[in-house]
Design a protein around this ligand. Structure first.
Ligand SMILES: Cc1cc2nc3c(=O)[nH]c(=O)nc-3n(C[C@H](O)[C@H](O)[C@H](O)COP(=O)(O)OP(=O)(O)OC[C@H]3O[C@@H](n4cnc5c(N)ncnc54)[C@H](O)[C@@H]3O)c2cc1C
Length: 300
């Protein structure tokens, strides 16, 4: 199919983009990489009258470090983030996660801001932002605000963004400690959207001769309407010694707590099994890496 007619405007400046959004807010869509929007226009799921292209707003195509915070402009493409030496140095989990997104052609065009604004519950970037406790800078013509990733995602393809607002920047604090991290997902074919995925970061804290789980963060996707943080499991494990018994208990709790919707590819029960099994694998890898950092071993 082909889209309904629309008027295409390529904004040259951020104020111009914000003005256009404000003027046409009842009937406008932003286009960034177009990898999700174009199929929706082609299938006429969406038929906006105005399409505002933000691809020329080059100040939004940047990755910088500012006072311990990595700032990523909203139109920065996956491929740029994956290859950024700053990201590889400070947030090595990010390139690893990005390599799981779709195929190279899509990663060449797709942008971080587009993925977050689209808010597909099976998308990797929203989950990673929840794991890293990212914040988002949002502008409209008359105001700006910073919102936490915790508050940003409201449901499938639904965020707190209003139609006249532009997501401009993603802010991620550089983790201070020596993080162990790991990410795994299960997709039926390489490049497909995943059925479930788990990301973990963790540190080791030595106390009275014991190595304790510290600053554990667990995020999941594909098993809820939004990306999830598993705070009850984090609370269960933080401050404890790592053991197979604790891991088994955590896995059991995850299975009991998750309440995913069944879909065309899998039942709710299958997703619960999948996510809790992936968790075990990811937790083992993240802990191994954290221990290696802690003992001054090779960084991964
Ligand atoms: C075959 C295929 C497979 C895919 N597989 C995966 C996958 O495995 N994992 C995954 O995560 N994604 C996948 N995607 C989606 C891909 O990652 C998209 O690039 C991404 O979801 C959207 O980014 P975009 O820059 O293309 O945004 P666009 O398509 O341009 O926009 C998406 C939505 O966000 C809005 N928007 C864009 N930028 C902003 C902004 N700055 N402020 C406010 N609103 C904005 C748009 O109005 C639109 O509603 C796949 C896509 C295809 C076609």
């Amino acid at each position: 199919m082909k889209p309904n007619r629309f008027q295409y405007i390529a904004a040259e400046t951020i104020p111009e983009a914000l003005h256009l959004l404000n003027t046409h807010q009842a009937d406008v869509k932003i286009i960034s990489g177009g990898q999700s929007l174009m199929p929706m226009l082609n299938y006429r799921v969406l038929s906006p009258q105005y399409l505002i292209d933000i691809g020329r707003l080059l100040e939004l195509d940047s990755i910088v470090e500012n006072a311990g915070v990595i700032e990523i402009g909203a139109i920065t493409r996956y491929i740029t983030i994956e290859n950024s030496s700053l990201i590889q140095q400070y947030l090595p989990i990010m390139p690893d996660v990005i390599r799981h997104i779709a195929h190279l052609t899509i990663r060449n065009r797709g942008t971080i801001g587009g993925s977050l604004s689209h808010a597909d519950p099976a998308s990797e970037m929203p989950m990673l932002m929840r794991l890293l406790d990212a914040h988002f800078e949002i502008h409209s013509e008359n105001e700006s605000r910073i919102v936490s990733s915790h508050d940003f995602f409201l449901g499938p393809l639904h965020t707190i963004l209003k139609s006249h607002e532009l997501l401009t920047k993603i802010l991620i604090k550089i983790p201070l400690g020596h993080l162990g991290w790991a990410f795994e997902e299960f997709a039926r074919r390489s490049g497909d959207y995943a059925l479930a995925a788990v990301g973990i970061t963790v540190e080791v804290k030595s106390l009275s001769g014991k190595n304790l789980i510290h600053q554990l963060k667990i995020a999941m996707m594909g098993v809820g309407d939004t990306p999830l943080r598993l705070t009850s499991i984090e609370n269960l494990m933080n401050g404890e010694e790592f053991s197979t018994d604790l891991l088994r208990q955590a896995k059991e709790n995850i299975f009991n707590e998750l309440d995913p919707r069944p879909d065309l590819q899998s039942s709710a029960e299958f997703k619960k099994h999948l996510a809790s099994n992936i968790f075990t694998k990811v937790m083992n890898t993240a802990w191994e890496r954290a221990m290696m950092h802690h003992s001054g071993g090779v960084s991964l």
